[in-house]
Design a protein around this ligand. Structure first.
Ligand SMILES: [Fe+2]
Length: 495
């Protein structure tokens, strides 16, 4: 009897152990197959395609299922460039979906054995309207800081709920570590599931470590020429053509990328031409004194002039600044408006007014708002230190193009909430650009691809050009303002 009892108990224990280990294994395995870091990006023709990227801890298949009106329409679509590759201890999945119908709202899920929750996106309907949101420089290192950036983006979607997509002008993270990208996705995931994004690489998004930025999004990089510390690509939305630059390599904009941009902009018949990039040619923040800012003014500026680019949105220096319309680096009736978007995060830079006259002229500035001390150091045209009576916070912009009118509005979401109304959102800048549409025609129809070898061969003249600008233009200007720089360093302790 005792023997039978021991036998039964052993059997029971074995079964219990087996069941729990099977259960545990399946639980662990399911967890490892769960899609995370999910993003939907512009990729190719925005009226018929999207690029999906996501991660799993364990190796598994890569599938996207697309639904319209509740019905699975995946069978009628094309799924291309399907990849699953190991990256920093996890598995990165990419799938490009095409064959969608313009102007439709789809739901989707990604995964294989374990599926994500439902997300959604809407394809461009092909009319001449587009609404988009821009944020920049969240540059966070902790989940709490990323959540503050997310709150800024939520305020943007509250202000422009019908945005077709949102761009982020770079510096998503501070040090581009696995942990920081996890925090980014944790903070932005629920919104990224339902918003198409057009991301821009910043110098904090994996500088010197190839792949971080481009492994977080599925972008059309078939023509990308400068892809060491980011990527360049382009897309259309509404009646606008967008080119996204990578300004993070040694030569912030290489000769290869300038050639690509010229061909890309001359290859579109869209009426509006917009460039999104990270580093800013015009600024009054600490980063505007470096050679690459001046190099961008002199080299990129000439290409933008020749191609008739209407608007440049950038980041890097954490303050909001808008130039007047510039052509050949001078104020002009026709030309390009440069917007330094301000930070959606919490790291905010002051005005370095002594840079004025050396790296930017006062008369080139149309609006300047620093997200400190009120929305303080608000330049009112005469006084760098004037302030406006409002709370400070993260910046975002809402841009709307309708036919021949582009309307740009910049806002600040106050750090502090109004006790009764919640979010306090202040419109800090507003302008419109108008133009006669139907006048632009494409003049470039060739192949705009550059081989890796060509890029590296072009790097030599690119660096010589940058060095030429640095010694010829930047160094004399830098020496001129050096005494002031030293005095600021001594008095403030930082620059
Ligand atoms: Fe930056």
């Amino acid at each position: 009897m005792k023997k039978t009892l021991v036998k039964s108990l052993s059997l029971f224990l074995c079964l219990a152990l087996l069941t729990s280990s099977v259960l545990f294994a399946s639980f662990a395995s399911d967890n490892g197959l769960e899609p995370r870091r999910i993003t939907v990006s512009v990729n190719g023709d925005t009226s018929v395609s999207r690029g999906f990227c996501w991660y799993t801890d364990d190796k598994t298949g890569s599938e996207v299922r697309i639904f319209y009106d509740g019905a699975d329409v995946s069978g009628s679509l094309t799924f291309s460039d399907v990849t699953c590759s190991e990256w920093q201890g996890s598995y990165m999945h990419k799938v490009t979906v095409s064959g969608l119908t313009p102007g439709k709202t789809y739901t989707y899920k990604v995964g294989y054995e374990v599926w994500s929750s439902d997300g959604s996106f809407t394809t461009d309907d092909g009319d001449d309207k587009v609404n988009f949101i821009n944020i920049s420089d969240v540059q966070a290192g902790s989940l709490d800081s990323f959540l503050k950036g997310r709150a800024t983006l939520d305020a943007a979607y509250k202000t422009m709920p019908d945005a077709d997509f949102y761009s982020n002008c770079g510096d998503f993270t501070n040090d581009s570590t696995n942990e920081e990208w996890d925090y980014y996705h944790e903070a932005f995931q629920s919104l990224n599931m339902t918003a198409t994004t057009a991301p821009v690489a910043g110098n904090h998004d994996g500088f010197g470590a190839e792949g971080w930025f481009s492994n977080m999004f599925n972008l059309d990089t078939s023509e990308s020429v400068q892809n060491n510390n980011g990527v360049n690509y382009s897309f259309d939305y509404g009646n606008a053509h967008f080119a996204v630059l990578n300004t993070n390599d040694l030569a912030s904009v290489s000769l290869s990328q300038l050639k690509w941009l010229k061909n890309d902009m001359n290859g579109t018949s869209k009426d509006w031409k917009i460039v999104l990039m990270h580093k800013s040619p015009y600024s009054l923040g600490k980063d505007s004194k470096w050679p690459d800012a001046l190099y961008l003014q002199e080299s990129l500026g000439a290409v933008l002039d020749r191609c008739g680019v209407d608007l440049v949105i950038s980041g890097h220096d954490h303050q909001y600044l808008r130039t007047k319309t510039l052509y050949n680096n001078r104020v002009s009736e026709n030309g390009t408006v440069y917007v330094l978007a301000g930070t959606a995060g919490t790291k905010r830079y002051e005005v370095r007014s002594f840079l004025e006259g050396t790296f930017i002229d006062k008369n080139q500035i149309a609006a300047l708002v620093v997200q400190k001390n009120g929305y303080g150091n608000y330049w009112n045209g005469t006084d760098w230190n004037s302030t406006k009576d409002t709370n400070v916070g993260g910046a975002f912009s809402c841009i709307s193009i309708d036919g021949g009118t582009l309307t740009f509005n910049a806002y600040i979401l106050a750090d502090q909430k109004d006790e009764s109304d919640g979010d306090v959102i202040t419109n800090i800048d507003s302008f419109t650009i108008t133009k006669e549409t139907g006048k632009n025609s494409a003049t470039f129809n060739g192949d705009n691809k550059t081989s890796r070898t060509e890029y590296y061969l072009n790097i030599v003249p690119s660096v010589i050009c940058l060095a030429g600008y640095a010694f010829g233009l930047w160094l004399p200007k830098f020496l001129f303002m050096l005494p002031k720089l030293i005095s600021v360093y001594i008095n403030d302790g930082i620059f």
